[in-house]
Ligand binder design. Sequence first.
Ligand code: GLV
Length: 310
Amino acid sequence: MSELVICFNNKDPYPWKKALQEALPESTIHIWEKGQHYGQASMALCWLPNENILSTMPNLRLLQSVGAGVDFLFKLDLGAHPPHIARVVDTSLSQDMFEFLLGLLLSDMKRLGYYQIQQGKQQWSPQSYSRIGQTKVTIIGLGQIGSFIATKLHDLGFQVSGYAQNKKDIEGIHCFDATDGFEASVHQADYVVNVLPLTDATQGYYNKERLAAIKPGSTFINIGRGGHVIDEDLIEALDDGKLSQAYLDVFHQEPLDPRHPFWTNPKVHITPHIAGVTSTEATVKQIVANFLAIQGGKTLMNEVSVKKGY
Ligand code: GLV
């Protein structure tokens, strides 16, 4: 009987083991341990797995991400005959990311963080605020999550545009693509929100040049991946006053190193990769379906292209 191995870092594997074991009572579900060998494993369920998992699973046929992103799976040495790779698609994750972003936008527009600091100093200091109808948001990356978020913000009355490499057509959203250039999407926005997939092509995407194209005084929000940003270039853009602030939920290394300069930069607001977290309830069904599909040679759900990386 084929086996499934849970390979997690920075995430509790036990709720997943429990949910999967209930759904697959006949199967063996392991939690990956260093030094163990899993010869019967056909599928690995992964979140930031250790580099050498593939060498411990010689008969692996499917690397299944437990998240919407698969970037960390492409960091593994996939060899000449890579296993299939799949992600999960979870509408509650898109909704969670939208809610997180909305909370952040409104808090920033109404200066709530500022008043929190003023309260500590017993300062009564009213500030101007902006309204939804006046606020321009651009979403960089119009895949499943990006287009969901863009539409939701538009429905609330924000002025929303977006950028994707290939042409997109989303009602109410001004969609820019590679022919218009990234600059066209960011040069007027008050908030630039990153939700790109992380691939070889988007690694280090927010470099000096692209950050300089953003409207001066805008706020940068990263709920995609830390690898999209060249940290030094972002810090420089903030320190030079080109960008007013950055809200960062994702980082090159997570947890973020306590010595990283982001922690102490007053223009950087840090959250611990919490914008959207896949829930067991919402995704166990598709993970189980893929476990059964890979054994029966059937079509996988949400398979990603090994060639494209997303
Ligand atoms: C979250 O970051 C995910 O990839 O699901």
